[in-house]
Ligand binder design. Sequence first.
Ligand code: ADP
Ligand code: MG
Length: 269
Amino acid sequence: MLDSQNLLNSIDPKNISILSAKNNQDVLLNIKDLTVQYYGLKITVALFNINMHIAKGERVTIVGQSGCGKSTLLNVAAGFLKPALGTITIENKIITKPNSDRIVVFQEHGLLPWKTALENVMFPLIQAKKLSKEASIHKAKNALTLVGLHGLQEKFPHQLSGGQKQRVSIARAFAMEPKILLMDEPFSALDQITKNTLQDELLELCKHINATVFFITHDIREAIKIGNRIIVLSSNPGQIIAELDSAYGKSFEEVEHQKNKIEQLLGIK
Ligand code: ADP
Ligand code: MG
């Protein structure tokens, strides 16, 4: 069986030059020479030699096929997983554990069923941020208003639609005012119409508060729509194979051209 070092030596590295941070950009998250492995009966190299950064106010999407290592990358950024090699920093400090400066929104809303929408948004404000009840109510109400749920704050999760539950979970994340919002396919369980609406709302919200977002998805159209910058990840192991400025907002043809290009890069066309 290959040991860890031989396994890494056997990987064919992709030659991709990544745009370096533009001079005037204020880098928030910096990923350098990152390799992540899972250790089980055999070693899986989930990510290999990842180099990328996210500047303040940027929305960066990672797109790649299922199993290519997207969640792994987000989990390292969240501090849930440690890299085998390389570093990941936020404001030049190495990430070693989860912290409320990085909040994750998952595909599943993760709301507590016995708490109302308002209480769900308040919960981490009290538990993690140690805010007073009054301050938490104020922040939670504002966040719910921002996602259009002002009138539904006393509802329990089972009284809300799938889209509404995910709005609560987005409000809960924004209320924490993280330095960066980490989103792991947050809309993939929703129907296409709801998904489109939530994408529009998220974009508006992000622009409104100049949020920094790291968003991963297997949906190419979604990656183009949400990101200012799109990073394309290959599979087995996950390696960056391209980095593109999003064509979203340009002509229909340009967006379609970018979608086709990403499909080709991913080998699905
Ligand atoms: P994605 O989010 O792009 O679908 P993941 O990051 O979940 O991909 O997984 C990347 C690779 O790592 C896959 O091959 C997956 O099987 C493997 N993997 C993920 N989590 C674990 C784990 N806890 N133990 C072992 N292998 C894992
Ligand atoms: Mg995943």
